[in-house]
Design a protein around this ligand. Structure first.
Ligand code: ZN
Length: 294
């Protein structure tokens, strides 16, 4: 029996409620001085009422698109049981996607109508009416810019405290590829580790892979998704701002048809914490030593 089968059959999984913590106003959860920041961009399924008239598909189709595109419960999965600081985007990525570049010219997904402001669905159907320039700028000013400002401020704060920080870019992905995805391979890993060639040192990638594999997870690097977010001010300019994306295959913790948690949710949440703790300790030790860790 593999370790993964072990945890799927673990009787502990029958009650995951004890490990759960509901995050209420959780756009910014700042806790103790861990050098880790959890960036959680896609957990919300909320569409503010003032934005609902922008969408031109039926309420049922919109609900279905949100089911497909939301990284359900990743706020709880990564931050619900954690002492690390978290920056959580408060509305659905369907409205504004904070993971995309602000400028469509820099963003590859804008070709698919899924740049910072989506115009098309995951199956390439038009979902939104044409926005005015003013409407577009308002969306960026009200949602995108404050989110990135919070993240940048937290990076600066952590950096001031310990001269380095680690952004964990927290996501989940469907077990079967959606039509918009570049990688249509069906042999999807359990965990996808995303890296940035400037901000992700090799030791960090190796540690992420080693730790998840120690729990029996099939882990892949930059497949089916690649990259890891760093806010603009530090992007490609400060190599002591580290970043690592962790994408969890939704089949591990979710009933993907209903978007409800599966019985495995609590255990997967625990494992994520067990993976982050050694990363944090290693980073803290190196902060104290002030050593070069590339
Ligand atoms: Zn995501």
């Amino acid at each position: 029996m593999t370790k993964q089968e072990d945890f799927i059959n673990d009787p502990f999984l029958q009650d995951s409620s004890s490990a759960e913590k509901i995050l209420t106003d959780a756009s910014l959860v700042c806790t103790y001085d861990s050098p880790i920041i959890l960036h959680i961009p896609h957990s919300s399924a909320f569409i503010p009422s003032e934005l609902q008239d922008q969408f031109i598909i039926s309420p049922g189709d919109l609900e279905e698109e949100i089911r497909l595109m939301t990284d359900h419960y990743t706020d709880e999965l990564f931050a619900g049981n954690s002492k690390d600081s978290a920056v959580i985007f408060p509305i659905s990525r369907i409205c504004v996607d904070p993971e995309r570049f602000r400028d469509d010219a820099q963003e590859a997904m804008s070709e698919k109508g899924m740049g910072v402001i989506y115009t098309h669905s995951s199956s390439s159907c038009a979902i939104r009416r044409a926005l005015t320039v003013t409407e577009r700028l308002r969306l960026l000013a009200e949602y995108y810019d404050p989110h990135h400002a919070r993240l940048e401020a937290l990076v600066s704060e952590k950096f001031k405290a310990s001269s380095r920080c680690l952004i964990i870019d927290c996501h989940s992905f469907p077990s079967k590829p959606l039509p918009y995805e570049f990688d249509q391979s069906t042999d999807r890993p359990d965990i996808c580790i995303g890296t940035d060639e400037f901000h992700t040192p090799k030791w960090l990638t190796d540690e992420g892979v080693r730790l998840f594999e120690s729990y029996g997870f099939i882990t892949a690097v930059n497949r089916p998704f690649s990259g890891s977010l760093v806010p603009g001010r530090h992007y490609r300019s400060n190599q002591n701002v580290f970043s690592l994306m962790i994408e969890v295959n939704r089949k591990l913790y979710l009933n993907e048809d209903t978007a409800l948690k599966s019985v495995s949710f609590g255990r997967v949440q625990e494992i994520i914490q067990e993976v982050l703790e050694p990363m944090q300790k290693r980073l803290e030790a190196q902060c104290i030593q002030g050593s070069q860790i590339f």
